[in-house]
Ligand binder design. Structure first.
Ligand SMILES: [Fe+2]
Length: 302
C-alpha cells in the first residue's frame, strides 16, 4: 500500500504572532524560515525548509495537517483512495504549493473536519538547521516533525480513515481513568516514530498537543527552564509514557493548546510490532503542576 510517509508540516492560525515567534524560536528552539506576505512566518527544525507555518487569525488552533508522501506516485495513490471513498479532494493551486514550499499537494478534511493536505516534493534547506537553543538538535527528518494528538468525533471512524485512506498502522491504545476522566487514545505510526498521530474523543480544539523530540535529555530540561522563564503554563510535569517511552513535559502554547517536548521515543519495526493496550498513561510523572503554574525567576541556562 502506498501511504503517507511522515508528518511534514503543521499550520497554526494564531492571535498573537509575536508571542508565537518568541515561543517558536526561543522556547522550542526552532529557526525562523522566512516571513510571509500575510504577516505570518515559517519555522524549521531539520533538513526541511519549513516545518511549522504560523499565520494570523482568530482561531488560535490547528489550521492544517500536512502529510508528506514519498513521491508523486504515493501521493496519487492516497488521492485515488480518498476519492474512491467519496472524500472531497481538491488539487492544490500553484500558489498554495508555493506557500507550503512543496511541489504538489491535495487538500481534503479528516472525519472530524480538520483541514488536511497530502503532499510530495518538500523544499529542502541548503544546510540542515542547527539550533543555537536546542544544541543536540531534533529527531525529525525521515521521522517527520513529531506527532499530533487531534480531535475525533468517533475514534473508530477516524481510525478507519487514517489506516485505510492514509496508510497509518496501529501502534497501541491507552485506556485508563485519570482524575475522574476516562481516557481512551489510539496511537498510529507512519514510520519508525512510535506515533505520528493519536486521537481519543472530541477535543475543544482541533489539536490537543503537538510534540517535538530532542536528541538529548538535557535539552528537555533546558526547554522546561525556558518554558517556565517565559511564563508559559506547564500542564504536566516531567514524566515518561509507557507506550512510546517518551520522557517529556507538557505546557500551553500561546494559543492555549499544548505542546509536548520530549526525548528518547522508541522506534517501531513493523516486521515485529504487535499492538497492545496500556492501562496507564505514564510510567511516572506527568502530574498537573499547580506548584509550577507561575513564572519563576530562573533564567534559561542556554
Ligand atoms: Fe504526545
Amino acid at each position: 500500500m502506498q501511504r503517507v510517509a511522515q508528518l511534514g508540516y503543521l499550520h497554526f492560525e494564531v492571535k498573537d504572532l509575536a508571542a508565537w515567534e518568541a515561543f517558536g524560536t526561543q522556547v522550542l528552539g526552532l529557526g525562523l524560515a522566512g516571513r510571509r506576505a500575510d504577516g505570518g512566518f515559517a519555522l524549521r527544525m531539520d533538513g526541511h525548509a519549513a516545518r511549522l507555518f504560523v499565520t494570523p487569525g482568530s482561531a488560535d488552533d490547528l489550521a492544517c495537517l500536512g502529510w508528506e508522501c514519498a513521491d508523486d506516485e504515493a501521493l496519487a495513490a492516497v488521492g485515488d483512495r480518498l476519492r474512491a471513498a467519496g472524500v472531497a479532494v481538491r488539487e492544490g493551486t500553484a500558489e498554495e504549493c508555493e506557500a507550503r514550499m512543496v511541489r504538489r499537494l491535495l487538500r481534503f478534511a479528516d472525519p472530524a473536519g480538520t483541514p488536511s493536505e497530502a503532499f510530495c516534493g518538500p523544499a529542502l534547506a541548503a544546510e540542515p538547521f542547527r539550533s543555537e537553543v536546542v544544541r543536540a538538535g531534533f529527531v525529525a527528518d525521515e521521522q517527520g516533525l513529531g506527532h499530533a494528538v487531534v480531535t475525533a468525533n468517533a475514534q473508530a471512524e477516524s481510525a478507519a480513515f487514517y489506516e485505510e485512506m492514509l496508510g497509518f498502522r496501529l501502534s497501541d491504545h491507552i485506556r485508563c481513568d485519570i482524575h475522574g476522566f476516562r481516557v481512551d487514545i489510539a496511537f498510529f505510526h507512519a514510520n519508525a516514530r512510535h506515533h505520528t498521530i493519536a486521537f481519543g474523543d472530541r477535543q475543544r480544539k482541533r489539536i490537543h498537543h503537538f510534540m517535538v523530540e530532542a536528541r538529548s535529555i538535557d535539552d528537555v530540561g533546558l526547554a522546561l527552564d525556558r518554558t517556565m522563564a517565559a511564563g508559559l503554563r506547564v500542564m504536566q510535569t516531567l514524566g515518561r509514557h509507557p507506550n512510546d517511552r517518551m520522557l517529556s513535559f507538557y505546557a500551553k502554547t500561546p494559543s492555549g493548546f499544548q505542546f509536548e517536548f520530549g526525548y528518547g521515543g522508541r522506534a517501531v519495526d513493523d516486521a515485529t510490532w504487535v499492538p497492545t493496550s496500556y492501562d496507564h498513561i505514564s510510567e511516572w510523572g506527568h502530574h498537573p503542576p499547580e506548584f509550577l503554574s507561575k513564572p519563576t525567576e530562573k533564567k534559561p541556562s542556554a
